[in-house]
Design a binder for this molecule. Sequence first.
Ligand code: BCO
Length: 520
Amino acid sequence: MVYDLYQEGKRGPNPALWWVNNEGDELKWSFSELTDLSRRTANVFTQICGLQQGDHLAVVLPRVPEWWLVAIGCMRTGIVFMPGTMQLKTKDLLYRLQVSKAKGIVTTDTLAPEVDSLASKCPTLKTKLLVSDQSHQGWLDLRSLIKSASPDHTCIKSKTLDPMAIFFTSGTTGFPKMAKHSHGFALRSSFPSNRKFLQVKTSDIFWCLSDMGWILAVFGCMLEPWTAGATLFIHHMPQFDPKVAVQMLFKYPITQCFAATTVFRMILQHASTSLRFPTLEHCTTGGEALLPEEQEEWRRKTGLLLHEAYGQSETGICCGTLRGMKIKPGSMGKSIPPFDVQIIDDKGNSLPFNTEGNIGIRIKPTKPIGFFLGYEDNPAKTAEVECGDFYNTGDRATMDEEGYIWFLGRDDDIINASGYRIGPMEVENALSEHPAVAESAVVSSPDPIRREVVKAFIVLTPEFLSHDRDQLIKELQQHVKSVTAPYKYPRKVEFVSELPKTINGKVKRSELRKKEYGQM
Ligand code: BCO
């Protein structure tokens, strides 16, 4: 596959990238500028850094324009890029760099000192590239290297199943797994069946608000708009602010908006003015379920419908309400070819309509193009998610006679808080490092805005029993924010004298979760 996608004739008249920030800076790159700059970036990787096809490169950047140059530079050269959120802390970074045997990292001043503090524990890490206005000892300055690099570059002739990217995804146990994707993931964006989903036009100004660390960023902040020759709009806000999002939708001629459902909920909650956006035509939401009443409120206030998308780091978007398709409020739509999504039982048998089961994606006799290659270096985990002829997503749902899928929830302890998938053990491990915590159990708890939040049930150590509880909650929350990516911190904390356990001593998280949802 060749990444000169942006040939004459396929480009729209508008810029490829239209980037703004809170300080009023603005940048516009045409498709030819993007081609030129990404070629230079590819040359920096291979000629200056000595990176080669198949090498792993961690990309932990906020929404800076260089993110796109790095991603395309990797695709041109066959270097496997591994996006990460800027919320990663030292331990998260160490784990990712070690387990992936990363040859390099690209990041900013914010995380450079953290990387320096752990680099000696990462023997494979040879290249450190910085995106910054200032230089930093031991780091290569990516911006100046791009400026001086040659604009002549020939793409590798990648095959559909050659590795392209790795996304870290949390599980119920252990550390995040590495879901490895091929160049087929990018190819899928050009399939006519996929183009029907958002029906992006060259004239569209497409705004996707995904954090740059997730698969949704690759899909919504790159492949979808640029495969159509449309403009990708990006607002670099360090922290999401619904008021600013509303201002953007009034100020810029944005026609399509794609964001996690919590983003739309937050906009609705903070809306004090009219939400009749002048140019907005189509809205899509993913990462978490949308309630019929939320759909109705958005329609009432904006005159537009929210179209749902469903997917995981392993699959990308595999279900959704295609543009123009009848929306059934509360349903996340139908499977999008080449995916054949079915509701399956624990043995991998397709279940009858309107019967609850697991959401399965058919992977035999052939895997759909763009489906993940497997968990890197973890064939056992890859085998675990196979169920007969299907990949088992672990999400529960039903399907009606028209093929619409109705999401019900997880069948395990994973928490989906505002579109983030959070493994309870990652939070429990972080809590266990605090001297106040004798033991803890972390479960999902309902929330009106984020739909689910992380709740920690904590048994205190004797020394902390007499401490001020409100103060202790703040301290524990701060502690979790400091040792792991802050989006995982427990927004709710309850102190208990003991945790419910099985006779073998295993904590019964399901019992606590059911209590939260009033099912006990
Ligand atoms: O709410 P708090 O202020 O108490 O805490 C927030 C932040 O302030 C804090 N924080 C962030 N960076 C920090 C930090 N604290 C210390 N040091 C730092 N460096 O931590 C908390 C982070 O929570 P958050 O990220 O949920 O923040 P926020 O601002 O409320 O954002 C709301 C959303 C909706 C914008 C955010 O939750 C979000 O982006 N969610 C979507 C995630 C997503 O993109 N999911 C899609 C994954 S891909 C997929 O599902 C497959 C395809 C559909």
